[in-house]
Design a protein around this ligand. Structure first.
Ligand code: GLU
Length: 294
């Protein structure tokens, strides 16, 4: 089977430096393997989706010289697929209704969901649906960039697959979509590394294939903190597309030579394709953004 990669942005803001790094890493990896590269808009959380952002992200990607294969998929149009998967989990008694509210959970000291509703009978009223994990299980996998990883499921807890407001949760949707779209290689930000064990267990429960995973460094502020909101809401400036790509490549530990700094996106992308080497990313989970904009 050939390589199928994907970029799956949530349209809650414009494409910023952090998401550009994820887009570029997955794009280069797919193209270097002569694979397909899909674009999927993860727009299930209607309250957080900003009108126009999905289109804006696509335009920015085009301006930067990224071409995706096939039609863009929108998760909001794929509800039937998710419902089928939820039913399959329910039939196997792998889910249960959870009536805990954010407030009751915030009051507990546990970092992971403590399993409060696991063995309770279903009550009336709105409930989230959680996927049951085996606390004693340790999930091992080898990340292409981060190396061997293992997670004890008891430390992660049972994950929500359908929210209390009936919105299908990311963890379920991503597993269904990656399988349905034939994705063989997931390349994305290392903030999603701890989500991978849930996704592997959901694939097993739903008898879906498991893709290879490669987690790229996430972009942080010079003090190590999460990228500031002001920067996340700052779109990549398409009029300096080449520069945005240079910055993203520097963060991905593939610094292009200075004579490329003022080149057009096509030239920078061609250089990057010729130099893409996943070994440069070995165990790099964080990349520090320059102190100045963007
Ligand atoms: N939609 C997710 C995000 O924007 C990415 C999910 C994924 O790549 O699995 O962070």
């Amino acid at each position: 089977m050939g390589y199928v990669g994907r970029f799956a942005p949530s349209p809650t803001g414009p494409l910023h430096l952090g998401s550009l790094v994820a887009a570029l890493g997955s794009f280069l990896d797919a193209r270097q393997h002569r694979g397909r590269w899909l674009l999927r808009i993860e727009d299930l959380d209607a309250a957080r989706v900003r009108p126009g952002c999905a289109d804006q992200i696509q335009h920015t990607l085009e301006d930067l010289g990224f071409l995706w294969d096939g039609a863009v998929e929108y998760q909001s149009r794929r509800r039937a697929l998710y419902d089928e998967a939820l039913q399959a989990l329910e039939r196997r008694a792998l889910t249960y209704a959870c009536h805990c509210t954010r407030r009751t959970l915030a009051e507990s000291d546990e970092r992971a969901y403590p399993g409060t509703c696991r063995d309770r009978p279903r009550a009336r009223g709105a409930a989230a649906l959680r996927f049951r994990v085996d606390d004693a299980e340790t999930v091992h996998f080898t990340d292409r960039f981060q190396g061997p990883s293992s997670f004890v499921m008891g430390a992660l807890g049972d994950v929500i697959v359908r929210r209390r407001d009936a919105i299908v949760a990311y963890q379920l949707a991503v597993v269904v979509d990656d399988a349905q779209q034939g994705v063989t290689d997931v390349v994305r930000g290392a903030d999603l590394l701890p989500s991978t064990p849930w996704q592997l267990l959901l694939q097993r429960a739903l008898a879906l294939p498991t893709p290879r995973y490669g987690h790229l460094p996430i972009v942080v502020e010079p003090d190590g903190a999460k990228l500031a909101k002001s920067r996340r809401s700052l779109p990549v400036n398409a009029s300096r597309a080449g520069r945005a790509l240079i910055e993203a490549l520097q963060l991905l530990r593939h610094p292009p030579p200075p004579d490329l700094w003022d080149e057009k996106p096509e030239v920078v992308i061609t250089w990057a394709l010729n130099h893409w080497n996943p070994a440069n990313l070995e165990r790099v989970q964080k990349a520090t953004a320059p102190a100045y904009a963007p």
